[in-house]
Design a protein. Structure first.
Length: 378
């Protein structure tokens, strides 16, 4: 039996939980020709939401839609490679005419294409070393999007990565191209909230005030637990309401982690048994045990101040006043200044995140499994 709690790939429509308001808002915003900034903690479901929006009839039928995750990229060359590969993969099924129109515009890469005699189409086997003029190739990509036969929507996930590229003025370069375009809308998505806020909310930055913003939070508990119970029932299985509630509460509704526990409970617990709270806790124990070596490796890459600051935040859960004397003394940390420096490194490594409540920043561990593992280990 196929596991209905998807933790990889695209979630089929019957198993996509809620996000009705967010979907409606994003579709309406795109139809009104506005760019979108979509931010959320990691693994809250923003990628699945984007794909869900792309699947809506009014978007699917009227736009070319593209999605790429640039989290692995560290340079403009890689950024250009990821964008061009995504456009190619989307256009291949649409036929040679559409595809060749795109390839014909990539003059800077023309000599690097292979050719498939069976399908009678070029093959996209471009390597990083083939991109000699990334600024020119980027201009050609945007030129194609502007001249495409249908309006385009391009979602760029983990968009904050461009802030780390060594090339100068990347933000200004991209913004200059994008603000001239009438045929393509962009969804800028990301999980590093403090960088994205600086990029889009600072008047000194090129992307200032250039996108409508939405923050993705947890699905309401009553909606999610009802969904979970119904999914089990549809698949001839049973989960006690208290067990579904516990799975939600353990992670405060953080979608990926709740889904992961339910995925494993569905897979490994006797199909004849009603899954109860003890089963959920046992499933969680197994998950954390499987991740032991991965998380130990993460901790080994931190210096002592970074490690003890991370442990302190994990033990606190949601944390305010991380540089206060009270917090430093409670957790026997070195000094407020050393904590401040450790916080900056941990944010850069995306091991912690924060939410702004007024002028107060509330810090927490980005990976909820890691948070639980730290509490148990330290």
């Amino acid at each position: 039996m196929e596991n209905p709690f998807y933790i990889t790939g695209i979630i089929p429509e019957p198993y996509f939980c809620d996000r009705e308001n967010e979907t409606s808002w994003m579709v309406r915003t795109l139809e009104n020709k506005a760019h979108i900034l979509l931010s959320s903690p990691r693994r809250m479901g923003k990628t699945q939401l984007i794909r869900h929006v792309f699947a809506q009839p009014s978007i699917k039928d009227n736009y070319h839609t593209f999605y790429t995750d640039i989290y692995p990229t560290t340079s403009l060359n890689e950024f250009v490679l990821f964008l061009s590969k995504e456009i190619y993969s989307v256009l291949v099924p649409k036929g040679k005419t559409v595809l060749n129109r795109f390839l014909a515009g990539l003059h800077s890469l023309a000599g690097s294409f292979g050719y498939d005699p069976v399908s009678n189409t070029p093959t996209f086997n471009i390597k990083l070393g083939d991109i000699h003029s990334p600024e020119l190739t980027l201009e050609e990509i945007f030129s194609y999007l502007e001249q495409a036969d249908k309006p385009c929507i391009f979602a760029i996930d983990e968009f904050q990565q461009i802030a780390n590229y060594p090339e100068k003025n990347i933000e200004a370069t991209l913004r200059t191209h994008i603000q001239k375009m009438n045929n393509c809308l962009f969804i800028y998505a990301g999980s590093n909230r403090h960088i994205l806020e600086n990029m889009f909310n600072s008047s000194a930055k090129p992307f200032y005030n250039s996108a409508e913003q939405i923050y993705l939070d947890s699905i309401p508990k009553n909606i999610y637990t009802t969904f979970a119970e119904e999914v089990f029932e549809k698949n001839a299985r049973t989960i006690a309401p208290e067990a579904a509630s516990l799975a939600y509460d353990l992670f405060e509704g953080h979608t990926y982690y709740v889904h992961n526990v339910l995925h494993n409970a569905f897979a490994y617990i006797d199909t004849e048994k009603t899954i109860d709270e003890a089963d959920i806790l046992h499933t969680l124990d197994d998950i954390l045990e499987d991740k032991y070596h991965t998380f130990a490796s993460v901790m080994n890459q931190l210096n002592y101040q970074q490690k003890e600051t991370l442990v302190a935040i994990a033990k606190e859960g949601k944390t305010i006043g991380v540089t206060s004397v009270a917090f430093v003394k409670k957790h026997a940390l070195k000094s407020p200044s050393s904590v401040q420096f450790a916080i900056s490194i941990l944010l850069e490594k995306q091991l912690i995140t924060y939410q702004s409540e007024g002028r107060t920043k509330v810090y927490s561990i980005a990976d909820k499994f890691l948070e639980m593992w730290i509490r148990r280990t330290y």
